[in-house]
Design a protein around this ligand. Structure first.
Ligand SMILES: [Zn+2]
Ligand SMILES: [Zn+2]
Length: 103
């Protein structure tokens, strides 16, 4: 883990650690036209009920178990006390992974 913020260089261990959680959803939307279909990672502040494909607008629900949602990760970030950026990943918890290890 980095001791310095990669954005502003502040020492992130000097102050009491600031953590922030967020969710990452790895999707592969089957409603997108085959030529444009791609893997996408959507970031959300917390668990959500549904996701919208940013390419075609299709709604994937429920987000936690839809067949096009391949990966769900709960992320814990280290937040820089100086600039407020998420400067490192503290922990990753995989809640779902049906991608076969591709995401
Ligand atoms: Zn789509
Ligand atoms: Zn910083």
């Amino acid at each position: 883990m980095a001791d310095e913020c990669q954005y502003c260089g502040a020492d992130v261990d000097a102050s009491p650690p600031v953590r922030e959680t967020g969710y990452l959803y790895g999707i592969e939307c089957r409603r997108c036209p085959p030529g444009r279909r791609r893997s996408l990672v959507l970031s959300r502040p917390g668990p959500v009920d549904e996701l919208e494909c940013p390419d075609c607008g299709a709604v994937l629900a429920p987000a936690g178990s839809h067949e096009d949602v391949l990966v769900v990760k709960e992320m814990t970030f280290v937040v820089c006390p100086a600039c407020g950026e998420r400067c490192d990943v503290y922990a990753v918890r995989k809640l779902r992974d049906v991608s076969g290890g591709t995401m």
